[in-house]
Design a protein. Structure first.
Ligand SMILES: Nc1ncnc2c1ncn2[C@@H]1O[C@H](COP(=O)(O)OP(=O)(O)O)[C@@H](O)[C@H]1O
Lengths: 210, 364
């Protein structure tokens, strides 16, 4: 199976081409912003180095979040464009799951610093969620995780004094390729997993009556 | 296919997710498909467009809308010569969605990418009608986000003659409509309310009377209308009269500045191309339109406006701009940025910035 994996959800823009479990080419640039400008060129370069043609792709994987809202949308919109071009199946990959798959070990807690006193986290076997730091610490302390991975790891370290801390800011490209190949066939096109409502109030919430 | 350019256009800069396929052959323009998914319903609870809500809707809708535009056109991607997308100005979150999808398609299909200025799309929308407007022409662009007068000499060649120093005309319609208790989007609702109203009963201020340029200002009108709404509007008839007064005041200002621009344009063009084109959502307003038609004929200009569906945001105009650029050899790289602000006439905007050049540069 020839796959292309894309990730612009966190602090890097990544394109990975793999075939049957072997990574053929990786382009991964750490960046806080600029994913929109970068991802198409990185993808082109990875495909060229892999000697792969877009029409031969069996599957495209893209991270759906949680992460930077803009990053998620850029990655998903770009992936949708690539997938439309040759009608290639497109699968979504959770970014916390991708972080967890980036480290080796049994019980992994993945977490992203969500700002505003919040953390995105996924405990071993649990769903991705957004929690206030206090609740995230409580969830971490009962998770029995041996490893905490992601930008939020330092924030939760005190909850699990014996856990290994891996504060990487984005997922490992090899893990992205593996998750793309292993993902179940999708029911529909992937959509962003924001875990957070838009920062706006409705007229009703603002007490405006008409 | 030497002189035939078939382009898929994508538009996501405000609250419509749109895609279209347009074919340009010599001077013939054919719209093969035109799909617009409006998000108005998503924004109604907020009383206006919320950028984050818009961006979320765009990314959900984008693949379906592109797929439908292609299916409706009867073509396959093989039948396309390029992919065009709005790259600004507009709500940046949405712009990035359309531009990113366009890049994905262009890259995977080996097609050239054209990053289109949304304002150029509006300017060229007057070439989407039955008989495409020939260059040059004088354009009044009046939408929710823009209000400017441009001498359009060709693709990539527009000279700004005037612009708003505060609100756009559509924005003024929408804000005053809200003050009158009308639902978003207020422009069309205000036009309906104004029917049968007496435009002379309330007097509203005229803007920039001391200036001899072609710039617009609607903020004084907005404030005065809101005050009148608070103090003197009690009955349904009062509301009607105020709506009619507002509509009349906006139409009058648009026509006065357009008349002034016609004089300047005639000097610039040496009398050639006496064609006055009006584009943008506000061109749908019948009072505004009638007033502008009179102004044009009084100054010896022919009048044209695109069909209504190409007045408001649409992707056919983006596809046409893409096709004209492609024909002129103007394409963009895969790193093309999304630009929240992007004046059509960059030279004029630099030399005489209308808005204080803020963090984001001169506004469009
Ligand atoms: N009949 C009308 N009368 C007045 N304003 C109108 C009318 N129809 C549409 N508008 C205004 O046009 C604007 C929408 O036009 P559009 O070209 O889509 O603008 P934009 O994309 O800049 O918001 C809105 O401000 C709307 O209120």
């Amino acid at each position: 199976m020839l796959t292309l994996s894309l990730d612009t959800a966190l602090a890097a823009a990544t394109a990975v081409v793999a075939k049957d479990g072997v990574v053929l080419a990786v382009r991964c640039e750490p960046m806080a912003r600029g994913h929109q400008e970068a991802i198409a060129t990185l993808t082109r370069d990875a495909m060229t180095e892999a000697g792969a043609a877009f029409q031969d792709l069996d599957r495209i994987g893209v991270t759906v979040g949680p992460g930077s809202f803009t990053g998620l949308r850029v990655g998903i919109a770009f992936a949708k464009g690539v997938a439309l071009a040759w009608n290639t199946p497109l699968v979504g990959i959770g970014s916390l799951k991708a972080l967890a798959a980036s480290v080796s070990g049994e019980r992994v807690l993945a977490t992203i610093d969500a700002g505003r006193g919040q953390a995105y986290l996924q405990t071993p076997g649990g769903p991705p969620e957004q929690l206030p730091l206090a609740d995230a610490l409580a969830a971490a302390s009962v998770s029995h995780a041996g490893i905490i991975v992601g930008s939020g790891a330092p924030l939760l370290a005190e909850a699990l004094p014996s856990a290994v801390i891996d504060a990487r800011a984005f997922a490992d490209p090899v893990a992205l390729a593996r998750l793309t190949a292993d993902a179940p066939t999708p029911g529909g096109p992937p959509q962003p997993l924001y875990l957070r409502a838009p920062d706006a109030k409705t007229l009703a919430e603002r007490g405006v009556t008409r | 296919m030497a002189d035939r350019f078939t382009v898929l256009g994508i538009e996501t800069s405000c609250d419509e997710t749109a895609a279209a396929v347009v074919r340009l052959e010599g001077e013939r323009v054919e719209v093969l498909s035109n799909v617009v998914a409006s998000q108005i319903a998503a924004h109604v609870p907020y009383g206006g467009v919320v950028p984050e809500v818009a961006a979320r809707a765009h990314v959900e809708l984008i693949d379906g809308v592109i797929g439908r535009a292609l299916a409706d056109s009867g073509l396959d991607y093989d039948g396309l010569d390029g992919i065009a997308a709005t790259a600004g100005p507009g709500l940046i979150g949405g712009v990035m969605v359309g531009l990113s999808a366009a890049k994905g398609l262009a890259l995977a299909r080996g097609l050239p990418l054209v990053a289109v200025n949304h304002l150029e799309g509006h300017a060229l929308s007057v070439r989407l009608g039955e008989a495409p407007a020939p260059y040059p022409f004088l354009l009044l662009l009046v939408s929710g986000g823009h209000c400017q007068l441009l001498s359009v000499e060709g693709v990539g060649r527009a000279v700004r003659l005037g612009s708003t120093i505060d609100d756009a005309a559509g924005e003024a319609f929408d804000k005053i409509a809200a003050a009158l208790g009308l639902d978003y989007p207020g422009g069309p609702a205000l036009e309906r309310l104004a029917e049968g109203g007496d435009p002379t009963r309330f007097s509203l201020p005229r803007a920039l009377l001391d200036r001899k340029d072609c710039d617009f200002s609607f903020s004084g009108l907005k404030t005065a209308a809101a005050r009148t709404a608070d103090t003197s509007v009690h009955t349904e008839a009062d509301r009607r009269d105020l709506a009619a007064a507002v509509q009349g005041a906006i139409a009058r200002q648009l026509s006065e500045r357009s008349a002034r621009a016609m004089g300047r344009y005639v000097e610039m063009q040496g009398g050639a191309g006496r064609l006055f084109a009006v584009a943008g959502g506000v061109a749908a307003n019948r009072t505004v339109r009638a007033r502008l038609e009179e102004t044009a004929s009084a100054h010896g200009f022919a009048f044209t406006a695109p069909p209504l569906k190409y007045c408001t945001d649409n992707a056919a105009m983006i596809a046409l701009a893409g096709a004209e650029r492609l024909r002129a050899g103007m394409t963009d790289g895969l790193a093309a940025p999304a630009r929240p602000r992007w004046p059509l006439d960059e030279a004029a905007a630099r030399d005489a910035p209308i808005h204080k050049p803020g963090r984001k540069g001169a506004k469009a």
